[in-house]
Ligand binder design. Structure first.
Ligand code: ARG
Length: 457
């Protein structure tokens, strides 16, 4: 039985039914559908549409249905077009006639939008939690790294030395922004469509503000036409999750690169790496490769929904039924991926010596220029002089630390014996002590900031 048979004498074609039905996707909102109906029944009762007895019977019927869902005992019927139909059909089976009054003044248009928002409000904290867990792993790794050094890159070319801890934390802050974006989204999800009817509003004199409060929303949506078609929250959710996946992809790409023999900066634990069916020696970073790939998949989901929304006029159109699958998919992907990444990064072993060995003296060329600045020479000039030192060292097939003091003096008389201190990577790092820099003291402050942020301070 569908909820709309009255004006039809013929039956929907079977193939059209298969296209039209949304139950396979929207049954995931079963609990939310029941909760929305419980609240709506309460509003109908307050408005005098349901008698005390009808209200009690509908409420207890709905509560029983909720239990069936929670226990996995609910049975769908072949004719259930969507989750709303299934719940109403079951309610009729359980309590008979009063069930027929539940849909008074309500449409599946305001109902589905309400269910979807309720689902998102329930899911956002779970996603925020798995992000926060990964952030904790990054902080713990940063703390464990002490003063270990690694090469920092720009253009993927060796640039300047940095603390390994600083690198770990560079992946903490993007995730913090992701979590904050999801938090900010909550207030826009919390606008209640219920009570908007199909498009024009409901004739039932319901107190929509009270209804909003009962369902945990911040406000009742102010315009019924907008309320039934507003899917900004779904698009925003897909953007937030996609951006988070892009951040995870960036981190993963670095791990893939750094676990290669050429870099050898990290060793994956066996629990989070896989072998080859053909090459016995292989240890592959599949977890990180898949994370990298999923970012592309999520981007496709975001683009798909935006394209759907772009073609629509205002109010409800059936196209909007396509909004849920991408959102569920994106949520599932993050909920699956983030805990795996946490485990993989918690158990990864940094190879400190390899990292240190990859820092060559040319990475301190800037420090050489800064050294001369310390002797009162303008930076533009010192930059050129340090460049000449690099060229001389390359000609002599040695590092900057291989040049003699005479070599340096031949470039400029201001060079003295203390020039070699300027070429020490740890000294280089220590000099970058302004807030947000890679100096150990600045990184300690950053670790504290990260911890406070995680505690919500
Ligand atoms: N399954 C529909 C959806 O997800 C529910 C709303 C149906 N409304 C309608 N007018 N046919 O959008």
């Amino acid at each position: 039985m569908t909820l709309w048979g009255g004006r039809f004498s013929g039956k929907l074609d079977e193939t059209a039914w298969a296209l039209n039905t949304s139950l396979p996707v929207d049954q995931r909102m079963a609990i939310q559908d029941v909760d929305g109906s419980l609240a709506w029944a309460g509003a109908l009762h307050t408005a005098g549409i349901l008698s005390d007895d009808e209200h009690v019977r509908i409420s207890s019927g709905l509560s029983a249905i909720k239990q069936e869902f929670l226990k996995g005992e609910f049975t769908f019927a072949p004719a259930d077009e969507d989750i709303h139909t299934a719940v109403e059909r079951r309610l009729t089976e359980l309590i008979g006639a009063p069930a027929q009054k539940l849909h008074t003044g309500r449409s599946r248009n305001d109902q589905v939008a309400t269910d979807f928002r309720l689902w998102m409000l329930a899911t956002l904290p779970a996603i925020q939690d798995v992000i926060a867990s990964l952030q904790s792993v990054l902080v713990a790794q940063a703390e464990k790294s002490d003063d270990a050094l690694m090469p920092g890159y720009t253009h993927l070319q060796r640039a300047q030395p940095v603390l390994l801890a600083h690198w770990w934390l560079s992946h903490f802050w993007p995730l913090q922004r992701d979590r904050e974006r999801l938090e900010d989204l909550i207030k826009r999800v919390s606008s209640l469509p219920l009570g908007s009817g199909a498009l024009a509003g409901t004739p039932v004199p319901v107190d929509r503000e009270a209804l909003a409060e009962a369902l945990g929303f911040l406000q009742a949506a102010p315009n019924s036409l907008d309320a039934v078609s507003d899917r900004d929250f779904a698009a925003e959710f897909l953007f937030c999750t996609t951006l988070c996946a892009v951040h995870l992809s960036k981190l993963s790409e670095q791990i893939v690169l750094y676990t290669s023999a050429e870099f050898g900066f990290f060793e994956l634990s066996d629990a989070y790496s896989t072998g080859s069916s053909l090459m016995p020696q292989k240890k592959n970073p599949d977890v990180f490769e898949l994370t990298r790939a999923k970012a592309g998949t999520l981007l496709g989901l975001l683009t798909g929904l935006m394209a759907t929304l772009k073609g629509l006029p205002s109010t409800y159109d059936k196209d909007l039924q396509e909004d849920k699958a991408p959102v569920f998919n994106a949520a599932d992907t993050l909920l699956l991926m983030l805990p795996v990444l946490s485990g993989a990064l918690q158990t990864i072993t940094p190879r400190i010596k390899r990292m240190r060995a990859a820092i060559d003296s040319f990475m301190m060329a800037t420090d050489l220029a800064d050294y001369l600045v310390g002797k009162g020479i303008p930076f533009r000039e010192t930059h050129a002089l340090a460049g000449k030192a690099v060229r001389l060292a390359l000609e002599k097939e040695m590092g900057l630390d291989g040049l003699s003091l005479e070599d340096y003096k031949s470039l400029h008389p201001a060079f003295e014996a203390d020039v070699y201190q300027a070429l020490d990577p740890l000294e280089s790092v220590k000099r970058r002590a302004a807030l947000g820099g890679t100096a150990p003291a600045a990184v300690q402050i950053q670790i504290q900031q990260a911890k406070n942020t995680l505690k919500g301070e």
